[in-house]
Every structure is written in structure tokens, then in C-alpha cells.
Design a protein around this ligand. Structure first.
Ligand SMILES: Nc1ncnc2c1ncn2[C@@H]1O[C@H](COP(=O)(O)OP(=O)(O)OP(=O)(O)O)[C@@H](O)[C@H]1O
Length: 271
């Protein structure tokens, strides 16, 4: 049963109430309640198969919930709700052999309601060019999507997600498969979009990127383990509860670094 409503008066961008979701007989999470306030920049972290993508899919409405309700805000999205959510999929799931240029990828994000012709209008073309310039892929517009770098692909898909001026941006692992510098650039870009008023919700496996770029984190493992500011939430206890592994947190001078195992030589000296 899918129960999604669009709640005009709420300050929440997303509200889940007692949601149970999964696949046939595999219930991934049950009775999940979660609220993401409008204007939030939040990251969901958790081990593989913990249900992060499933959570995004039910928010996007591409996967049904088994029970419970989802409320999405609002103000600007009453007329065409789903299209005001921009979505960037996990790029691992994209078939790069598909014959499509960067320009076509971005243009595909345009919804076709009310359009007389199947091709973009001059204004839409200008918007594609403007977004491609802003995201640094203007020079790649005519190139095949297979022939650009991982960072450029991430930016092209981000441009596609932004083409309808969404108020909510949902991204599945935008920091995977790119180098550290590109990860920082992508997260800076998302921070800039967030400061322009777009609510951003993403999943990632990169705890250090979350720690240094995001104001809010949700530790998730088939349910919410904890949520809050990374500095408060990334404790040994919470991360061990989330990942169940050997996690080391080094805090120094207001900064911190998270490693997923203790180096062997350190273990030998500190058994
Ligand atoms: N289409 C599907 N059909 C059946 N089971 C699925 C499907 N998609 C995911 N699952 C199962 O649901 C569970 C949660 O998967 P999900 O993809 O939400 O996890 P995740 O936290 O996003 O993992 P990762 O970090 O590896 O992307 C897993 O056990 C997975 O095998």
C-alpha cells in the first residue's frame, strides 16, 4: 500500500510515519518514523544492505511502502509533486553503453507535461546550457556519457536532477567512484545548492566526507540508530552499533577522522 500525501502547511520536507517497507517476504525496516526539515542538508550512512536505497526509493515513490504514511512538503510542489524532487541515482546502476550525450542526459530530466513538441524549447535549451555551465560540464555537452570522467558524470546527473528547479534533492551515493578532490567539489556544490534553499538528502559510505561537509547525519541500519550533528553522532558507540565493526575515531583540534579498522601494528602494541 503506498500512502504519500503532499502536506501544504508543514515545515518538514519529508515525514515518514510508522513506515514498513521491503521486498516480498524480506522486510527491510518496520515502523520507521523520520522527519527531514525543509532546508536540511542530511546524509544517511550505514552498512551495505542496511536499507538506505530502499528508504530513498520509498521517499521518491518508486517503491511502495507495505504500511505507514509518507508526507512530502509542499508549498512549491502542489501542482506536480514528484517532479519537484530531483534525484541522482547510484551511478553504478547506469548502463554507460547506452548511446546518449551529456546534453541528452540533462534534457531527459525535463518533464514533458504541457509541452507541444517532444524536443526542448529555446528556454529549456538555455536552462540546460546554464546548468551545464554552472556544474562545469558545458564543454562536455556533445560528448557521449561513456567518454567523460566519473566526476563529470556525477555533475551531468546532478544537472539532470536540477533541471526542474526541485525544492528537494535526493542523491544515492554521490561520493562513490570519484576521487577525494571530486568528492569535496560535489559536496561543496550540494552545500551551495542547499544554501539557496534546496533540501538535500543523500546516502554515502564516506563518513569522513559527511563529518567535514554535512550538518546532519542519520546512522541507519534497518532503522535509525542515531541522528544529529556528525560531531555528536560519530562516537565509537554509535558507529559500532551501526556497523558492528572495529571503528576508530581520532578527534583533534575540532576535526576528526574515522578509520574502519585499527592498523595491525597498533593492535600488536595495544592488544
Ligand atoms: N529489488 C529488490 N528486490 C529484492 N530485494 C532487494 C531489492 N533491492 C534491495 N533488496 C534487498 O533489500 C535490502 C536493503 O537493500 P538496499 O539496497 O536498500 O541497501 P543499501 O543500504 O542501500 O545497500 P548499499 O549500501 O550496498 O547500496 C538488502 O537485503 C537487499 O538485498
Amino acid at each position: 500500500m503506498q500512502a504519500i500525501s503532499f502536506n501544504v502547511d508543514s515545515d518538514s520536507a519529508i515525514k515518514l510515519h510508522n513506515v514498513t517497507a521491503g521486498y516480498e517476504r524480506n522486510i527491510v525496516f518496520s515502523d520507521l518514523s523520520l522527519e527531514i526539515t525543509s532546508g536540511q542538508f542530511a546524509g544517511i550512512v550505514g552498512p551495505t544492505a542496511s536499507g538506505k536505497s530502499t528508504l530513498l526509493k520509498i521517499i521518491l515513490g518508486t517503491h511502495p511502502v507495505m504500511s505507514g504514511a509518507i508526507h512530502l512538503s509542499t508549498r512549491s510542489i502542489e501542482k506536480a509533486p514528484p517532479r519537484t524532487i530531483g534525484y541522482v541515482p547510484q551511478l553504478d546502476s547506469v548502463d554507460w553503453s547506452f548511446p546518449i550525450t551529456v546534453e541528452e542526459v540533462i534534457t531527459m530530466g525535463l518533464h514533458d507535461s504541457g509541452r507541444i513538441w517532444p524536443w526542448p524549447s529555446r528556454a529549456e535549451r538555455n536552462r540546460v546550457n546554464e546548468l551545464a555551465s554552472r556544474l562545469g560540464v558545458y564543454d562536455c555537452l556533445r560528448q557521449h556519457i561513456a567518454n567523460i570522467s566519473g566526476g563529470e558524470r556525477q555533475r551531468a546527473f546532478l544537472a539532470r536532477a536540477l533541471i526542474n528547479n526541485p525544492r528537494l534533492l535526493v542523491l544515492d551515493e554521490p561520493t562513490s567512484g570519484v576521487d577525494i578532490k571530486t568528492q569535496h567539489e560535489v559536496l561543496h556544490l550540494l552545500g551551495d545548492l542547499n544554501s539557496e534553499g534546496i533540501t538535500v538528502l543523500l546516502t554515502t559510505h564516506d563518513l569522513n566526507a559527511v563529518a567535514s561537509h554535512l550538518p546532519w547525519v542519520i546512522c541507519f541500519n534497518k532503522g535509525i540508530v542515531a541522528q544529529g550533528r556528525p560531531y555528536d553522532i560519530f562516537t565509537n558507540e554509535i558507529l559500532t552499533k551501526t556497523y558492528g565493526g572495529d571503528i576508530v575515531i581520532v578527534k583533534y583540534d575540532g576535526h576528526f577522522l574515522i578509520a574502519n579498522s585499527t592498523p595491525l601494528h597498533f593492535r600488536d602494541r595495544h592488544p
